[in-house]
Structure formats: C-alpha cells, structure tokens
Ligand binder design. Structure first.
Ligand SMILES: [Zn+2]
Length: 305
C-alpha cells in the first residue's frame, strides 16, 4: 500500500521510514540527502503528515492536524542563508510542543544554507534531543554541514527519479503538456532541477530546440563584454542555479558531440566546481559570474594567446 500519495519514486526509502515509524524506532533527527530536486522535501513533508494524522493508514488531509499542519515547523527559503534566529525559534517550539498527541516535526530544507552560528545553535539541539521531536534535514550538499551534525543524524540517501516518475511529476504536478514534458525530459530526465528554466520566459530562451543559442554565441566570442550584462539581466537577482546548470549542460553536450571535447571537458569541470561553490557559500552574483567567465575565457584562449 502506498501511504505516500504525493511523492513519486524512492520506494525503498518510503518503506524504510514506515518501518521506523511502526517499530517506534524514530530517531531524533533524519538526514535526507541526495541529488537536487528529486522530491526529498516533498517526501519529508508527507512523512510528517503520516506521523501526526490520527488516521491509521497514511493521512487524511482533512483533519485539523493535516489542514493546519499543527506541530510542524518548516524552514524553506530557497537560496537564502538560514540565520541563528530561525534555529532559536525552533528551540522555543521544542520546549513547549507538541500540542497534539504526536510529534513536533521540524523540517529544514536546504539545510546546508545554515550559517556557522546557526549550525552551532542547531548542534546544541541535537546534543540534547527532546522526546517527541523529529527533525528532518534536507540537503543535496551534506558536506556543507558540520561533521558533528552529520554524526548525530540518521542518513536516508536518495537516488535520482526514473524518467517515468519525472514525466509523471511534470504532467500531474507541474501541469506540463505532452510536448513540453518531452522537451524537458530530453534536457533533464531524472530530476526537477531544470523546472525554473521552463517556468521563466527569460530562461526558456536559453534552451530552444535542443540548442543553447545564448551560450553558443558567447562561446564563439567570449570577449564579447555585453554578455555579462545580458546575463545579469536574465538572472534578475534570482538564483543563478538553473542558469549555471544550463551552462554546464551546454558544455556537456559539446563534450559528447566530440567537437573540441578536451576543451569542453575542462569547462565542464570548471562549471561543476563553481556550482559547488555557489551551493555552499553566499556569493555576490556579479563578482561570481565575472570570475567564472574569466576562467572559461582562459580555456578558450589557452592555445591561441
Ligand atoms: Zn489528518
């Protein structure tokens, strides 16, 4: 029986969690880690509902606990750094809750975005885990967390989605029509990480008919200064993640096409490094992009001077 009616895939993880629950062996803290945008956070929220709803099998979605998400505290703020004040707020709740018969559930999405102060405060919470509290840390960057935090959580490792599951999420949750869903799958078959590219008009111009026209033009002439301005224009103060991902895909496509593949491979490596930095620390977008473009130009002109 599938008690997780919303989350796609991850069958083994779901079974594991339900075994913990039915055996009353829930630890104080779980770590949901694995690739970006494969449904870790959705699954965490759904698991919270299953734990607290009085419904014996799964959750009803209509009782007060389900509707108001009672005794559930969620931190989910995308790219922003998680501050100590937000952890202190959890500490307050932990002292007073839960108000219902269940658990006080706290889910921190993108947990690696805690700054050092926040992590240290959080560690205190883990060192003296109160009863009836379940913390779920969700991250695709577990190494961005303190080792002392990692050692106090039970790790649940996630894999990618099957393309069938990705298609289902695209059609049913994201509301994509068939042709758009297929176009998406040809770019990113195993996760929802490229969703912002298809949702934003600006970003969607960067990937058309299986081509990357914008990056193509840049790579033909990387010394073209307006590129950076255009790029800042496109990102418009939003997260650079989807953009960097497309840039990476552009070079991986070149690499697989075999044209100048050594050069493309170097660029792929640079992009991978930069994405990993972007994911773990707070950066100034302009400075970050300038530095990235500089590295790419070095590759392009390495032999020609
Ligand atoms: Zn319910």
């Amino acid at each position: 029986m599938n008690l997780f009616t919303h989350s796609k895939g991850h069958t083994a993880n779901k079974a594991f969690l339900l075994r913990l629950l039915s055996g009353q062996r829930l630890p104080g803290a779980l770590l949901f880690c694995g690739p970006e945008a494969v449904g870790k956070f959705t699954l965490a929220k759904e698991f919270g509902r299953i734990i607290n709803c009085p419904e014996q099998q799964g959750y009803c979605g209509t009782c007060e606990i389900c509707r108001l998400a009672l005794d559930t505290h969620i931190i989910d703020q995308g790219d922003k750094i998680i501050q100590i004040g937000q952890i202190r707020e959890i500490q307050q709740h932990v002292l007073t809750g839960p108000f219902t018969a269940g658990f006080y559930i706290c889910i921190i999405n993108e947990a690696h975005k805690m700054n050092e102060e926040a992590m240290n405060a959080f560690l205190k919470l883990l060192e003296e885990p109160p009863n009836h509290v379940l913390i779920i840390l969700v991250t695709h960057k577990p190494n961005g967390l303190l080792p002392t935090i990692l050692s106090r959580t039970l790790r649940v490792a996630f894999g990618e989605l099957s393309s069938r599951d990705t298609r289902e999420v695209l059609r049913n949750t994201a509301g994509f029509d068939q042709p758009t869903a297929e176009r998406y799958l040809s770019l990113c078959p195993h996760s929802m990480a490229c969703l912002p590219i298809f949702k934003s008009k600006q970003l969607s111009l960067l990937y058309q008919d299986g081509q990357f026209p914008f990056f193509q033009r840049f790579w033909e002439n990387p010394r073209d200064i307006p590129f950076l301005t255009k790029l800042m224009d496109i990102s418009q103060g939003q997260s650079l993640s989807p953009f960097l991902r497309l840039f990476l895909l552009f070079f991986s496509h070149r690499m697989h096409q075999g044209e100048n593949s050594r050069e493309a491979a170097l660029c792929v490596q640079i992009l991978v490094d930069y994405i990993s930095v972007y994911d773990t620390i707070n950066v100034n977008a302009m400075v970050f992009l300038q530095s990235l473009l500089l590295r790419l130009k070095e590759v392009k002109y390495a032999n020609t001077g």
